[in-house]
Design a binder for this molecule. Structure first.
Ligand code: C2E
Ligand code: CA
Ligand code: CA
Ligand code: CA
Length: 273
C-alpha cells in the first residue's frame, strides 16, 4: 500500500503521480510568480437584487502558470498560506484592485461602486496589515469606502484581535463582509457585536434552494442578518428559481453564474457601458 505523508501526498517517488509533480512545480514556482507577473484578477459583478444594478465586484485571483495553464485559487492559496507567500500575494491583490478602482472611476465615474477582496486569515492577522492597507490607499489615492474586505469566520478564532482590526477597518471606512456565512462556527452572540457591513450566505445554502416554495435556512439567515442591520449577499446564484426566491425573501445583493462568471477586466468593462 502507498504510504501517505502527513500532508496526504504520496511519499513513493516511484509512484509520483500527477498531483505530486504538480505540487513540486507549484512550490518552486509560486515564489517567483509575483515578480513574473503571473497572477491575474477576475471580477465578478455583485448585483442589487431589487433593481439589477451592478453595485460592486468581487476580485478573484488566478495564476497563469507557464506550464500548467490557468490555476484556480483552490489549488494554490492553501500552499501560499503554508509558505507565508499569501501576504505579498494578498497585498498585490489589494494594490491591483485599488489601481483598477482608480481607472474605472476615471473612465466611468462609478462613485458608489466597490470592489471586494478576499483576505486570508493569515494576512488579516499580519501585524502590519492596517498600516500596509493605509499605505496602499494613500499611494493609489483611493478612498477607503470603495474597498471591501471579505473575511471568513475562521478569523474569529482570535476574537479580541479580530475585533480590534475590524474596528480599525471601520474607522478607516473600509467595508467588511463575513464570507461563507453558515459554514463556520461563529456564535450568533458574537455576530451581533461585529463591526461589519455584510453577511455573505455561502453557496452551499443557495444550492439547496431548488423549488420556489422551498423552506430553507436561507430565509432565516436573511431575516436574522437584517435584524442585526447587516446587508445580505447571496453567492453562487445559478438559476432563476434561486434568484426569485432570494428576491422574494428580500435578500439585498447577489452574484453567481446566472448573472455573470468572474470576468477579465475588458469583459467586465462591457457590462459597465
Ligand atoms: P469565495 O470567496 O467563496 O468565492 C466564490 C467562489 O465561487 C469563486 O471561486 C467564484 O468563481 C465561484 N462562483 C461564483 N459564482 C458561482 C456560481 O454561480 N456557481 C459556482 N459553482 N461557483 C461560483 P474561485 O474564483 O475559484 O475562488 C475560490 C476561493 O478562493 C474563493 O472562495 C476564496 O476563498 C479564494 N480566493 C479567490 N481569490 C482570492 C484572493 O485574491 N485572495 C485570497 N486570499 N483568496 C482568494
Ligand atoms: Ca469571497
Ligand atoms: Ca463562498
Ligand atoms: Ca471561501
Amino acid at each position: 500500500a502507498k504510504a501517505k505523508s502527513r500532508n496526504g501526498y504520496c511519499n513513493y517517488s516511484s509512484s509520483m503521480n500527477e498531483d505530486s509533480v504538480e505540487r513540486l512545480l507549484m512550490e518552486t514556482n509560486l515564489n517567483k510568480a509575483l515578480e513574473r507577473k503571473e497572477f491575474v484578477l477576475l471580477y465578478q459583478p455583485i448585483i442589487e437584487l431589487n433593481n439589477n444594478k451592478i453595485v460592486a465586484a468581487e476580485a478573484l485571483i488566478r495564476w497563469q502558470h507557464p506550464d500548467l495553464g490557468l490555476i484556480p485559487p483552490a489549488r494554490f492559496i492553501p500552499l501560499a498560506e503554508e509558505t507565508g507567500l499569501i501576504k505579498p500575494i494578498g497585498y498585490w491583490v489589494i494594490r491591483t484592485v485599488c489601481e483598477q478602482l482608480k481607472l474605472w472611476q476615471k473612465q466611468y465615474g462609478m462613485q458608489d461602486f466597490r470592489i471586494a477582496v478576499n483576505i486570508s486569515a493569515i494576512q488579516f492577522e499580519d501585524e502590519d496589515f492596517i498600516e500596509k492597507v493605509k499605505q496602499i490607499l494613500q499611494e493609489t489615492n483611493v478612498h477607503p469606502s470603495h474597498l471591501e474586505f471579505e473575511i471568513t469566520e475562521s478569523v474569529m478564532q482570535n476574537i479580541e484581535k479580530s475585533m480590534a482590526i475590524l474596528g480599525e477597518l471601520r474607522t478607516l471606512g473600509i467595508h467588511v463582509s463575513l464570507d461563507d456565512f453558515g459554514t463556520g462556527y461563529s456564535s450568533l452572540s458574537i455576530l451581533k457585536h461585529l463591526p461589519i457591513n455584510n453577511i455573505k450566505i455561502d453557496k452551499s445554502f443557495i444550492d439547496d434552494v431548488k423549488f420556489a416554495d422551498d423552506e430553507t435556512i436561507v430565509q432565516n439567515i436573511i431575516d436574522m442578518s437584517q435584524n442585526m442591520k447587516f446587508k445580505v449577499v447571496a453567492e453562487g446564484i445559478e438559476n432563476e428559481i434561486q434568484l426569485n426566491f432570494l428576491r422574494e425573501k428580500q435578500c439585498d445583493y447577489g452574484q453567481g453564474y446566472f448573472f455573470n462568471m468572474p470576468l477579465p477586466v475588458l469583459d467586465f468593462e462591457k457590462k459597465l457601458v
